[in-house]
Design a protein around this ligand. Structure first.
Ligand code: TRP
Length: 366
């Protein structure tokens, strides 16, 4: 195996094609034409891979029951790097999925030293509020905290320990410790428990996640197979998205303010951050830029337009060509992005205020 992924470490995947080969991930682009009303991230290759997505596609087409299950790590500010998964949650909900979304508060406690109270506050104020503002509905929705969910789920997280070995855990996760192993087993239960009879029984399941979660998906699928005789699980499907680049080109991370735009940033902050930090694919001087042109493939403003903010293919292509030919300058490209981000946020921040009134509808079950 050429690449190792540590889901709790600093994941920096350089080559997604190799990743597909190394981990047996199917390329998403090959099935894109079969997908009804694909999301922007699906169309633009932000979702680069999948496992067994056909099972879910079939359920969507035949209007059969299926599950959307994913989780969030409540460790900091909600930013645009998280939006791709939320757009998918909403997409599957609209296609009829029963949704299970977990707040990984136990995992945050075990692996990031975050208290359950802090995790709860972040989950509600940062994540849930934005999910609702982006369009998530309370219908067929189970939004739960790992620390506070039903007993069959809790039992499952322990039962499955019988279906693995130390050797398997070492080969999947490399260096681990009991806290990480516990987190991994809980995540397996997160993904499989919606198929227990108490939660509606075996159904195709889609788990939209970032590529860093791949080891958990593989582990879960193996355990699902081994526990089939007992629970009749259908092996869960998954989609994988690339990690959207941070403003300065490196990782987008809640712990580096210059790397992201938050959903609560003001128009002035947005403009300042983009002008000051957005990594440019342009040349050092205007003369040189006019002559040689810029490189949209490394320019973060262009990449953000492609991955997040410009749904119109024709407009995007025009920007690409003009930047590459040198007609469009880096400063001008940045202004296009600033305008897009700010008009999105203006509307979003209004919806966020509305969303606060609906939070109770999502966490009633407890
Ligand atoms: N481990 C995930 C993260 O770090 C959070 C998570 C917990 C999760 N349970 C899950 C993701 C189940 C997908 C499915 O972000």
């Amino acid at each position: 195996m050429n690449q190792q992924i540590d889901p709790w470490g600093q994941v920096n995947i350089k080559n997604y094609e190799n990743l597909c080969k190394d981990f047996g991930i199917e390329e998403f682009s090959k099935i894109l034409h079969k997908i009804p009303d694909p999301t922007l991230a699906m169309r633009r290759g932000v979702i680069f891979g999948h496992k067994d997505f056909e099972l879910v596609l079939q359920a969507i087409k035949e209007k059969k029951d299926f599950i959307m299950m994913t989780g969030l790590m409540p460790s900091g500010t909600f930013h645009f790097g998280h939006k791709t998964v939320v757009d998918q949650m909403i997409y599957y909900q609209e296609k009829g999925a029963e949704c299970f979304i977990t707040v990984a508060d136990i995992e945050a406690y075990l692996t990031r030293d975050i208290t359950l109270e802090k995790a709860r506050e972040i989950a509600i104020n940062e994540y849930l509020t934005n999910y609702i503002a982006l369009g998530l509905k309370p219908k067929k929705m189970n939004f739960y905290f790992q620390s506070n969910w039903k007993k069959e789920y809790n039992n499952l997280s322990k039962f499955i320990s019988k279906r693995t070995t130390f050797n398997e855990i070492k080969s999947i996760y490399g260096d681990t410790n009991p806290a990480k192993i516990t987190s991994a087993l809980i995540q397996v239960a997160d993904i499989l428990h919606p198929q227990l009879k108490e939660f509606g029984g075996p159904r195709p399941t889609v788990v939209p996640v970032g590529a860093d979660q791949l080891p958990h998906i593989n582990f879960t699928r193996d355990i699902a197979t081994r526990a089939r005789s007992e629970f009749n699980f259908i092996r869960p499907s998954a989609t994988f998205n690339i990690l959207i680049p941070g403003l300065r080109g490196g990782k987008m991370s809640s712990s580096i303010t210059e790397s992201y735009i938050a959903f609560t940033d003001t128009p002035e902050t947005v403009a300042k951050k983009i002008r000051k930090y957005a990594f440019s694919g342009g040349q050092a001087t205007i003369e040189e830029h006019r002559k040689k042109g810029g490189d949209p493939n490394i320019d973060v403003s262009y990449q953000w337009l492609r991955m997040l903010f410009e749904p119109d293919d024709k407009k995007l292509e025009k920007i690409y060509n003009e930047y590459k030919s040198g007609k469009l300058l880096t400063g001008e490209l940045k202004e296009i992005l600033i305008e897009k981000v700010n008009s999105f946020l203006k509307e979003h921040q209004r919806k966020r205020e509305q969303a606060k009134k609906h939070i109770d509808k999502f966490i009633l079950q407890e």
